[in-house]
Write a protein that binds this ligand. Structure first.
Ligand SMILES: [Ca+2]
Ligand SMILES: [Ca+2]
Length: 128
């Protein structure tokens, strides 16, 4: 007798349990209130980790006062982590501007501010 139906049944149970605790979050926007670089754009890289696994990245040149409309939905069971970088050297170098971890569905925003000497950047991450 094949063991496959049993494995499939167990797999479906896991899937059902996982779905029961799945959360949807829409990454809405990233606003630049103060840029990281003094001259020119910040070459922004946004990395999205779903349950610890890098799932998506967005790139956008941003200046003071600009809003990057992301509007993308993610589904997670444990947490959704978003890390924002300014890149240089055609994206080869990166400096982390801040990060946020979301653990349940619901609207929110986070201020990602200078966390190292000499930087007074301020980005606002919005989700719902
Ligand atoms: Ca630049
Ligand atoms: Ca840069």
């Amino acid at each position: 007798m094949s063991k496959r139906p049993i494995a499939l049944a167990i797999g479906l149970v896991f899937l059902s349990v996982a779905n029961a605790f799945a959360f949807d979050v829409t990454l809405a926007s990233l606003k630049c209130e103060n840029q990281h670089e003094v001259f020119g754009n910040d070459e922004i890289l946004v990395e999205v980790f779903v349950d610890g696994i890098k799932t998506k990245e967005f790139r956008k040149d941003m200046r003071r006062g600009q809003t990057f409309s992301i509007e993308e939905k993610f589904t997670f069971t444990s947490n959704l982590r978003v890390v924002v970088y300014d890149t240089d050297n055609q994206g080869k170098d990166r400096q982390e501007l801040g990060s946020q971890t979301m653990t349940s569905n619901g609207a929110g925003s986070a201020s990602l501010e200078g966390n190292f000497p000499g930087s007074d950047h301020r980005y606002i991450l919005n989700w719902r």
